[in-house]
Design a protein around this ligand. Structure first.
Ligand code: ATP
Ligand code: MG
Length: 561
């Protein structure tokens, strides 16, 4: 028969022959009382348990290259840093923060300086040109006034010959960097401070204004001024090279400013990076010197605020790792302790077999021996399950678990035991899919059902129900067994805890395993009194139900026949 089915409210059937059997050894009558809930501390433990690294990884990380063994502390730190930087070829690719920061600062300041310098120079050049043009125009006006007097002085001399051979302006008033000519309205050259043939290049323009002119292989800036009274035209040319004096005067300072600012950026960047990296180096040395299990929190003195989250995260990690290691050590000690008793009894039983007086006694001893071996095997199986569930991987927590199928499988597994004991199992389940750890949910159900069967006397009954409450799922298991007194309920979740240590069956790990699964799912579990007379276990999986829309109806109530 299959488990599952809609909540018909009458899903209890007998599991098999209802042969009466004595209650389980050492079981006290069930006491009634308040339900037990797992609190915040347990949820924190779950969080820590889920994130904790398995011990081998922790140790492997401590000295994976093996090359630092035997080195003094300081050298060990340096060796480790070197190892991290160089690493095995092709495995770890590293880059230098210091070099990158300086390179970025260098390139950015070079670009900024180049662009800023070009802008400043351009603006200065334009300004200088304007100033020179204004000065040229003023000089031209001045010359126009003076030229009347100059022409009077030259009257009577052969002006054409003087201009052709050299300078008509014998005093050369404006020096070598300026040239001027005065033309009459009818195109006659009246005055010049330089000779032919260059003079021919500056022919009368006829219109006032500025222009550029190539003369004697050089560039000149020319301003032409036309007299409103006489119609004479004065042309004044200034050597372009002279106009650039400003640039020649300032450019070496600008060029010096560039490398100087780059040098400054380089030095400041180097200092800053060294300052930032110093606490990291201290941190690295401190981490390197740490022994496993070191409980003290890391302190990063004199560190920038940006590094504090790293220190906080590491301290959190240390706490979790230390907890995991402590749990591991405690678990190993307990497991070793628990294995000692059955192994000792195995030894005694084996000796009994060897020294059995007759065949009947030997047969009995062999039977006891086999039962004891089974118990040892069960203990080992539970220990393995617990170890596996202690560190489930994140991905496994979101598997799609079909509860109807899981119930069907688990009931099939315990059906022979139920049949042999005459305990009826009834299942009522909403057709539900749960998002969780498939192996974990199976293990939870198997342990709870196995407990219900184990601690329910022959002829009793067990009811399993699964309800969907919106996005939540509730699993409820009732039995008509002895129950657990309220005062002992919390204790029963601890490893190797049993109501009566002398009870033959069970090793006391089932409920710890159940709790591991519950915590890993962010679920809650509570033990209560069952209306059937025994124990009620309620497990709530909040937000774990997968919305399947129109899922096919769940099967009917079933029970092992
Ligand atoms: N349904 C129940 N009815 C009565 N007592 C129970 C029930 N479930 C558990 N207990 C008590 O709680 C104790 C702890 O249960 P738990 O499942 O952890 O261990 P176990 O059943 O003894 O061993 P294991 O499950 O590891 O084989 C049991 O020994 C039993 O005394
Ligand atoms: Mg159990």
């Amino acid at each position: 028969m299959r488990p599952g089915g809609h909540a018909h409210g009458q899903g209890v059937r007998r599991a098999g022959g209802a042969a009466a059997a004595p209650p389980a050894r050492g079981q006290p009558p069930a006491a009634r009382g308040r339900a037990l809930r797992l609190g915040r501390r347990d949820r924190e433990q779950r969080d820590r348990g889920l994130r904790a690294l398995p011990a081998p990884q922790v140790h492997a990380g401590a000295d994976h290259d093996g090359t630092r063994q035997g080195l003094p502390d300081g050298q060990r730190g340096r060796a480790q840093r070197r190892g991290r930087t160089q690493g095995p070829p092709g495995v770890v690719k590293t880059w230098s923060l210091q070099r990158s920061l300086i390179a970025i600062a260098f390139v950015v300041s070079l670009l900024a300086w180049g662009a800023g310098g070009a802008l400043i120079l351009g603006a200065a050049q334009r300004h200088s040109e304007d100033l020179h043009d204004v000065a040229l125009r003023q000089t031209a006006k001045l010359l126009m006034g003076l030229s009347v007097h100059e022409i009077d002085e030259l009257a009577g001399t052969n002006i054409e010959v003087r201009i052709a051979n050299g300078k008509a302006d014998t005093a050369n008033t404006l020096g070598e960097d300026y040239r001027y000519q005065l033309w009459s309205r009818d195109g006659q050259l009246l005055l010049s401070n330089f000779g032919l043939p260059s003079a021919a290049a500056m022919a009368r323009m006829g219109s006032p204004g500025y222009s550029w002119l190539q003369m004697d292989g050089e560039l000149w800036r020319v301003y032409a001024l036309v007299s409103a009274d006489t119609g004479d035209e004065l042309q004044l040319a200034e050597r372009a090279a002279t106009r650039g004096w400003f640039l020649h005067a300032v450019d070496w300072r600008l060029w010096l400013l560039g490398p100087a600012s780059l040098l400054l950026v380089f030095a400041a960047g180097l200092l800053l990076v060294r300052r930032v990296l110093r606490p990291l180096r201290t941190l690295s040395d401190e981490l390197d010197a740490r022994a496993p299990g070191h409980r003290e929190q890391l302190q990063l003195k004199d560190a920038p605020a940006e590094l504090q989250p790293i220190v906080r995260a590491m301290n959190g990690l240390f706490v979790r790792m230390n907890d995991a290691m402590a749990r591991e050590a405690q678990f190993t000690a307990m497991a070793a302790h628990e294995l000692r008793t059955p192994l000792a009894s195995l030894r005694v039983l084996a000796q009994n077999v060897a020294h059995a007086a007759d065949a009947r006694a030997r047969e009995e001893s062999v039977r006891d021996l086999v039962a004891s071996v089974d118990r040892c095997a069960h203990l080992q199986e539970q220990l393995l399950t617990l170890a596996r569930l202690d560190a489930p991987h994140d991905g496994e927590m979101a598997e799609e678990v079909n509860l109807t199928e899981v119930i069907s499988d688990v009931v099939a597994q315990v059906a022979p035991e139920a049949r042999a004991k005459g305990v009826a199992i009834a299942c009522r389940s909403d057709a539900a899919l749960l998002s969780g750890h498939s192996f974990g949910v199976q293990t939870l159900l198997r342990n709870l059902l196995s407990n219900a069967l184990k601690y329910t006397p022959p002829g009793g009954r067990v009811e399993l129900q699964v309800h969907s409450l919106g996005p939540d799922l509730r699993l409820m298991l009732d039995d008509s067994g002895s129950g657990i007194p309220p005062a002992d309920r919390e204790r029963m979740f601890e490893r190797f805890e049993r109501m009566h240590r002398e009870q033959a069956s069970g090793v006391g790990l089932g409920l710890s395993i159940v709790r591991s699964v519950v915590l890993a799912h962010g679920a809650s579990i509570r033990l209560d009194d069952s209306p059937l007379g025994g124990l009620r276990v309620v497990v709530d999986f909040p937000g774990r139900r997968i919305d399947t829309g129109a899922l096919e109806p769940a099967p009917e109530d079933t029970a092992p026949a």
